[in-house]
Write a protein that binds this ligand. Structure first.
Ligand SMILES: Nc1ncnc2c1ncn2[C@@H]1O[C@H](COP(=O)(O)OP(=O)(O)OP(=O)(O)O)[C@@H](O)[C@H]1O
Length: 584
C-alpha cells in the first residue's frame, strides 16, 4: 500500500525528469562548492598565518568569496526549477481531480457534502504546495550537503567523523517518532477543515440562512461552528507542538557535538598530531552538517504529514463513476423533430435507499412515440422524477433498457444525449451571473434575437425588458433575486435555446399561475412543432391535453391513456381528478 503510494507519487514527478536532473546537478554542484570552504580555512590557519603569507591569505579569502557567489547562483537556479516543477504538479493534480469529479455520477453528489469536495480540491492540493514546490528541492539539498560534508570530514579526519556519528541514532529515533504522530495529525486536521468548510457552505448558503432564521436556530449554528473551530484549533496546536520538542532536543544534542570533538582531539588523538586548522575546519564542517541534518528531519516530517494529503487526493482520483461514458459512443442521426423514447422493463433502486418500500421504479415499460406529448402524474414519491433522471442518464437502470430512437442511452456520449434530450426541473439552478450569461450557458454563440425568441416563448421576455439592466441584470446567488416562477421560466428559455428534440419538464411550471402555464405550453407547441414533450406534473391542467397520460404509483405505471379515457374509468387518475376538483 505504502509502496504503491510511493510509486504513484514518483509517477507524478516522472514527466518532469529533465528539470529534476537539473535540480540534482545544481544541488550537487552547490554542495561540492560549499565544502571547499573548510579546506580553504584550514590552509589559512595551518599554512598562510603561521607562514605569514599575506598573498596566500588574500587568494584563499578570494576563493571563499567565489564559493559564496557560486553557491548563491546555483541556489537561485535550483529554487526556480523546483518552483516550476512544483507548480506544474499542483496544476495537473488540481485539473485531474476536477476532471474526475466532473465524470462522477449524481449518486456521489447526493451522498457527499459540497464542502468536503471543495476542501479536497482547494485545501488538500494547496496543502501539498510546500511539499511539491520546496520540500523536494530542499530534501535533495539537505541530503547532498550531508553527503558532501561527510566526505570532507572523512578526508579531514576519519576518526573524528566516527565520533560525530553518535548523533545518527538519536536523529533517526526522533524522526520516526514525531513523523508518525504528525502523519496522523495531518489526516485528522484535513477532516476537521472539511467538516468546518462543509458546515460553513451549508449554513451560510441562502437556503441555510433561511432555514436557520426561520427556525430561530442562528445562535445554535454559531455554537456548532464554535465547536468545530475549537476542534480544529486543538489539532493545529498538537501538530505545532509535535514539531517543536523534536527540534529543541535535536539542538541540544548538536550543540554539544563540537565539545565532543575538542575532547576527543585532545585526549584521544593528540599523539597523531591533529592540527588546530583541522579541528577548526572539522567543527566548521560539523556545523554545516547540523543545519542540513536538522532540515532533513523537518523535511521528512513534512513529507510524512503530506502523505495523508496525497492519500486524500488519490482517493478522489480513484473514484469511478457509476454512470460511465461508453468507450466507443454511437451517433444519433441529427434531427430536430421529436425522437422516440422507450422504457423496456426498466427497474431502478437508489443504492442509498435501504428501505423496505424501496425508492425508485419497478419494471416500467413505456413507449413514447416521436413528436408526442406525454404526461406523467401520480402520488408524491411514486417515481416520476426517477424516470426523468433515467432518460437523461443521471442514473442507469439496474435492469432493462432506456432507448432513444432505438439506441440504448448507455451507448451515447454525454454530449449527444444532452443535445437530444433536455430537462427543466422544479428548482432549476441559475448561475450568479447576468440573465444573458445564464441563457448562453445552453448556447454560447446565441444572438440577442435568439435569446429574446426563447424568452418570448417562455413568457419571460416582457419581465426582463422591464428590469433596469434588461438582459444584463444579474440574477444573484442561485437566481434568488428572482421569484420561483421567474427562475423556472428563465430555465425553460435556457433549454429552448439548446433546442433539444425531446423536452422534459419535471414540475418545471409548478410555480406559474395556471394562465401563464397554459400560455407557455401553447407557445411551445406552436413554436417548436414536432418535439417530443414529456411533462411531469401534479397539476392536472399541465398534462390534460397530452396525447398519452401515464399514471404512476409506487414505482410502477398503473394506468395509461388520454384524459378522456382515464377520466372515464374508475381508477387512480379519476381519483386525482376528483381530488383536484375539490381544491380551490
Ligand atoms: N437520491 C436518492 N436516494 C435515495 N432515494 C431516493 C433518491 N431520490 C429519490 N429517492 C426515493 O425514490 C422514490 C421516488 O422518487 P421520485 O423523486 O422519482 O418521485 P416523484 O414521483 O418524482 O415524487 P414527487 O412528486 O414528490 O416529486 C421516493 O421514495 C424517493 O424518496
Amino acid at each position: 500500500m505504502a509502496n504503491l503510494r510511493s510509486k504513484r507519487i514518483a509517477g507524478l514527478f516522472r514527466p518532469h525528469w529533465k528539470r529534476l536532473v537539473l535540480i540534482g546537478a545544481t544541488v550537487a554542484g552547490a554542495s561540492a562548492v560549499t565544502i571547499t570552504n573548510p579546506f580553504l580555512l584550514r590552509e589559512i590557519l595551518d599554512t598562510a598565518i603561521p607562514g605569514q603569507r599575506p598573498g596566500l591569505i588574500s587568494l584563499l579569502a578570494l576563493g571563499m568569496i567565489a564559493v559564496a557567489v557560486a553557491s548563491a547562483l546555483l541556489a537561485v537556479v535550483q529554487a526556480t526549477a523546483s518552483a516550476v516543477v512544483g507548480q506544474r504538479l499542483m496544476h495537473s493534480l488540481r485539473v485531474a481531480v476536477y476532471a474526475n469529479m466532473q465524470r462522477l455520477s449524481l449518486d456521489f453528489y447526493t451522498r457527499t457534502k459540497a464542502g468536503e469536495i471543495q476542501t479536497r480540491i482547494a485545501g488538500d492540493i494547496t496543502g501539498l504546495q510546500s511539499v511539491l514546490t520546496t520540500t523536494a528541492g530542499q530534501l535533495i539539498t539537505a541530503i547532498s550537503s550531508i553527503v558532501a560534508s561527510l566526505v570532507a570530514m572523512v578526508v579531514l579526519d576519519w576518526r573524528l567523523t566516527l565520533v560525530s556519528l553518535v548523533i545518527v541514532p538519536v536523529f533517526v529515533w526522533i524522526g520516526r517518532r514525531v513523523g508518525r504522530v504528525r502523519q496522523n495529525l495531518a489526516g485528522v486536521k484535513q477532516q476537521r477543515v472539511s467538516a468546518m468548510s462543509s458546515f460553513v457552505g451549508e449554513s451560510l448558503s441562502i437556503s441555510g440562512i433561511i432555514l436557520g432564521k426561520s427556525f430561530g436556530r442562528t445562535q445554535d449554528m454559531t455554537k456548532q461552528f464554535t465547536e468545530l473551530s475549537d476542534d480544529l484549533a486543538q489539532t493545529e496546536f498538537k501538530a505545532a507542538l509535535a514539531g517543536r520538542w523534536h527540534s529543541a532536543s535535536f539542538q541540544m544534542v548538536t550543540a554539544s557535538l563540537p565539545i565532543l570533538i575538542y575532547w576527543s582531539a585532545i585526549f584521544t588523538f593528540t599523539g597523531d598530531g591533529v592540527s588546530v586548522g583541522t579541528i577548526v575546519a572539522f567543527t566548521a564542517l560539523q556545523t554545516q552538517l547540523v543545519w542540513p541534518a536538522n532540515s532533513l528531519l523537518r523535511l521528512i516530517l513534512e513529507a510524512r504529514s503530506s502523505l495523508a494529503l496525497f492519500d486524500r487526493v488519490f482517493d478522489y482520483l480513484d473514484l469511478v463513476p457509476s454512470v460511465a461514458e461508453p468507450r466507443s459512443p454511437r451517433d444519433l442521426p441529427r434531427s430536430r423533430a421529436g425522437r422516440r423514447i422507450e422504457f423496456r422493463d426498466v427497474s431502478f433502486t437508489y443504492s442509498s435507499a435501504e428501505r423496505t418500500s424501496g425508492g425508485g421504479v419497478h419494471r416500467v415499460s413505456v413507449d413514447i412515440v416521436p413528436g408526442s406529448k406525454v404526461g406523467f402524474v401520480g402520488e408524491t414519491g411514486s417515481g416520476k422524477s426517477t424516470l426523468a433522471m433515467l432518460m437523461t442518464r443521471l442514473y442507469d437502470p439496474s435492469e432493462g433498457q432506456v432507448l432513444l430512437d432505438g439506441v440504448d442511452v448507455r451507448e451515447l456520449s454525454r454530449e449527444t444525449l444532452a443535445d437530444a434530450v433536455g430537462i427543466v426541473t422544479q428548482d432549476p439552478y441559475l448561475l450568479h451571473a447576468s440573465i444573458a450569461e445564464n441563457l448562453r450557458f445552453a448556447r454560447p454563440d446565441a444572438t440577442q434575437e435568439q435569446l429574446e425568441w426563447a424568452c418570448q416563448m417562455a413568457q419571460i421576455h416582457e419581465f426582463i425588458t422591464e428590469l433596469p439592466d434588461g438582459y444584463d441584470s444579474v440574477v444573484g446567488e442561485r437566481g434568488y433575486q428572482l421569484s420561483g416562477g421567474e427562475r423556472q421560466r428563465l430555465s425553460i428559455a435556457r433549454l429552448l435555446l439548446k433546442d433539444p428534440s425531446v423536452i422534459i419538464f419535471d414540475e418545471a411550471t409548478s410555480a406559474l399561475d395556471t394562465l401563464t402555464e397554459t400560455r407557455l405550453l401553447a407557445a411551445l407547441e406552436a413554436g417548436l412543432p414536432g418535439r417530443t414533450m414529456v411533462i411531469i406534473a401534479h397539476r392536472l391542467a399541465a398534462i390534460r391535453r397530452a396525447d398519452v397520460i401515464h399514471v404512476m404509483s409506487q414505482g410502477q405505471v398503473v394506468e395509461s391513456g388520454d384524459h378522456g379515457q382515464l377520466a372515464g374509468q374508475v381508477g387512480e387518475y379519476a381519483g386525482l381528478l376528483a381530488a383536484s376538483a375539490i381544491r380551490p
